[in-house]
Design a protein around this ligand. Structure first.
Ligand SMILES: [Zn+2]
Length: 243
């Protein structure tokens, strides 16, 4: 079994439900910069992320963006496709390359009707996603730029176990809703403290514990919302996917 196969939601599904779902899952690559769907699109698929990171970005009419939520191997992208009103205000964009198990939204919708436990798990996940979005709003409004960057890096580190990310200033600016100079000052502040190194478009976490200390409460709160809906740690060794 390969670590790339793992998704936290699929891993905790009852075996009978998972067996019905598995034939509809197709492994797909997620390349950095890929847009899975854009604001205004109808969403025809759902993606159970198994590695990498996808952002749900909110967008202004002028094209400015800010990340409302980050989804990694603990979650799924594509709820609009299973809702009765299929449409979205978010752009779902890959920030860190990886893989996902993709399924047609209509297949997933049919599965939900047959599996009450699956429905409840997705409801719990939706609730956790809402809480993440609410906390990110608070963070972006009230917390310092360096804390917002620390929060993103810590959550990204948890989801990928990577200590380094290839991210240009422009990409970070689009995620955090800052100017590029704001990103420079936030990264500079963390770098001066010896917590990260940011050079040639690559951010490396040097001191994870120190980064946690420098971060606001948002990292802790968002982490707790994630662990609340998964009975086991999202990166557990459980893996039923073999497709
Ligand atoms: Zn915060």
């Amino acid at each position: 079994m390969q670590s790339a196969n793992k998704n936290g939601l699929l891993a905790v599904l009852p075996p009978a439900i998972y067996q019905r779902l598995a034939p509809g899952l197709k492994r797909v690559r997620l390349d950095a910069g890929d847009i899975l769907y854009d604001a205004g699109d109808a969403v025809d698929y759902a993606w159970f992320v198994t590695s990498g990171i996808v952002s749900l970005l909110s967008i202004t009419e002028e094209g400015d963006t800010v990340e409302a939520a980050m989804i990694g191997r603990e979650g799924v992208i594509g709820f609009p496709g299973i809702a009765r009103r299929n449409g979205t205000v978010f752009r779902a964009q890959v920030q860190v390359a990886g893989e996902a198990l993709r399924i047609k939204a209509k297949t997933l919708r049919a599965m939900i009707k047959h599996g009450c436990e699956f429905y409840e798990l997705l409801l719990d996940y939706t609730h956790a996603l809402n809480e993440q979005i609410a906390q990110v709003v608070v963070c972006n409004q009230f917390h310092a730029k360096e804390q917002r960057l620390a929060r993103w890096l810590l959550l990204a580190n948890d989801r990928t176990r990577y200590d380094a990310f290839t991210l240009t200033h422009e990409t970070v600016a689009q995620i955090l809703g800052m100017s590029r100079s704001g990103v420079s000052s936030a990264a500079g502040a963390l770098q001066t403290k010896g917590l990260i190194r940011y050079a040639r478009g690559r951010i490396t976490i040097l001191d994870r514990k120190g980064l946690e200390s420098a971060c606001c409460e948002c990292y802790r709160i968002i982490s707790q919302t994630i662990s609340s809906y998964l009975p086991s740690e999202p990166m557990s060794e459980t893996d039923r996917v073999n497709i």
